[in-house]
Design a protein around this ligand. Structure first.
Ligand code: CMP
Length: 138
């Protein structure tokens, strides 16, 4: 069993699609162990995406992530990190497979609906960025 950090991005909350995305997550076999809706500050978005701070899209990405509420989640399942990345689809929705969250819902490579941790190490760091252990219920 693994845990991964998921973020439903502002393009999802703006269009009232939180439940539709959660249905895809749960139908895929992943369990939502924790979930909360937050309005990130610019400082929080910059810290969360610090690994991308040298990238040309960093400022646009951070501004998009504070353009509305996000829903942050802890997901659990077998190989949850890779499993969720498959369920999400490719970063650019134009390249995402049929049936994936990004293929179905994403608006662009920036407004791409969901984030999922990309490694076990990053999952631990990202989960602890948003959640304390008592907020995560098996
Ligand atoms: P995410 O999985 O949240 O991780 C970093 C985010 O940066 C990514 O999803 C995209 O939303 C965004 N991103 C990645 N590449 C680009 C790009 N070339 N242009 C704009 N945004 C990007």
């Amino acid at each position: 069993m693994q845990r991964t950090l998921s973020i439903l991005k502002p393009d999802i909350t703006r269009r009232n699609l939180t439940g539709a995305v959660n249905q895809k997550i749960e139908a895929s076999g992943l369990r939502i162990l924790a979930q909360k809706r937050l309005q990130l500050t610019l400082d929080q978005a910059q810290k969360f995406y610090a690994v991308h701070q040298e990238r040309a899209f960093f400022n646009d990405l951070c501004n998009f992530m504070i353009s509305g509420p996000v829903v942050v989640q802890v997901l659990e399942g077998d190989s949850a990190i890779d499993h969720y990345r498959t369920v999400m689809g490719a970063t650019n929705p134009a390249n995402a497979d049929e049936g994936t969250i990004r293929r179905e819902f994403a608006e662009s490579i920036e407004a791409n609906s969901v984030h999922g941790s990309d490694s076990l190490e990053n999952a631990v760091t990202e989960i602890s960025f948003f959640f304390s252990e008592i907020e995560i219920v098996d």
